[in-house]
Design a protein. Structure first.
Length: 279
């Protein structure tokens, strides 16, 4: 394994064999422990606690010891994805309705507002992840403007975007990056936007390709010069093999040193990684 400082990661895994895992790097060795035995998507820190999203079980709040202290069920029809926190409000992506639901963390997780990217109550944008920095939302989605037929992977349409939304002006300010094939896992670090282009197995920093996986790429965190990148068991293998000469049929995370460009791979006992959080 490449050298890595002692740290801990929370890793959410969705769909079949999903769960929430704690990975503790101690003296270069990873110890893996399963915290929740339900499919999980978005994860984020909230003070000394953590907010974890599950499409099947709604919103979990975990304390600093990773014990569940609150759980609120939401409709599984919403197709819940990413989450971000700002001013005691949880911004939770409701992919089915092209929305970001806003929930009050101080008032029993009441849904108090929403941001919509299309009036349709059907998934035409596939909004999936978000990050908040300086009163701006950075949001990844498969299609914008909305175009339902672009959501089919087999169509290989490059309509995905990373857009910037102003929380103060309540409007889309600009498209930061476009013509992307299934973007996910957007984050803002060191004044740059990092994100996965899942359909191309890539991680990008602004417009620069900085990492290439061997499978479907989703889940991303950066700590100093170390980048943690999630890889899921790929679907649509015949389609992918038209472009890629080698696909790794394994679920796990890459630990990548941005400076040296060296990486290690750690298997996670699931099938699909969604999010990674350094804690």
């Amino acid at each position: 394994m490449i050298p890595i400082d002692d740290c801990q990661l929370l890793i959410s895994c969705c769909n079949h064999k999903g769960g929430l895992y704690l990975v503790h790097f101690k003296q270069q060795q990873p110890e893996i422990k399963k915290i929740l035995n339900v499919g999980c998507t978005g994860i984020t820190k909230y003070g000394s606690s953590f907010v974890v999203i599950s499409n099947s079980h709604g919103i979990f709040i975990l304390d600093e010891n990773l014990n569940v202290i609150m759980n609120k069920a939401l409709s599984t029809e919403l197709d819940l994805h990413g989450v971000a926190i700002d001013n005691d409000k949880a911004y939770i992506i409701e992919t089915k309705t092209n929305s970001i639901g806003i929930y009050n963390l101080k008032n029993n997780l009441e849904r108090i507002d929403e941001i919509r990217f299309s009036p349709e109550n059907d998934d035409v944008c596939h909004v999936n992840d978000l990050y908040i920095a300086n009163d701006k939302l950075y949001v990844s989605m498969f299609s914008y403007p909305p175009r339902k037929n672009s959501l089919s992977f087999a169509n290989k349409t490059y309509q995905g975007v990373i857009l910037e939304y102003s929380l103060q002006e309540r409007k889309v300010v600009k498209i930061c990056h476009d013509k992307l094939l299934q973007p996910h896992s957007v984050l803002h670090y060191d004044n740059k936007i990092f994100y996965c282009v899942s359909g191309e197995f890539l991680v990008k920093r602004n417009e620069e390709d900085i990492f290439k996986c061997l499978g479907y790429t989703r889940g991303l965190a950066v700590r100093n010069q170390t980048m943690f990148v999630g890889q899921s068991e790929s679907r649509q293998i015949p389609v992918l093999l038209n472009k890629h000469t080698n696909i790794l049929l394994d679920c796990g995370i890459y630990v990548h040193d941005i400076s040296t460009k060296l990486s290690s791979f750690i298997h996670i006992p699931s099938e699909e990684i969604y999010g990674i959080l350094v804690i």
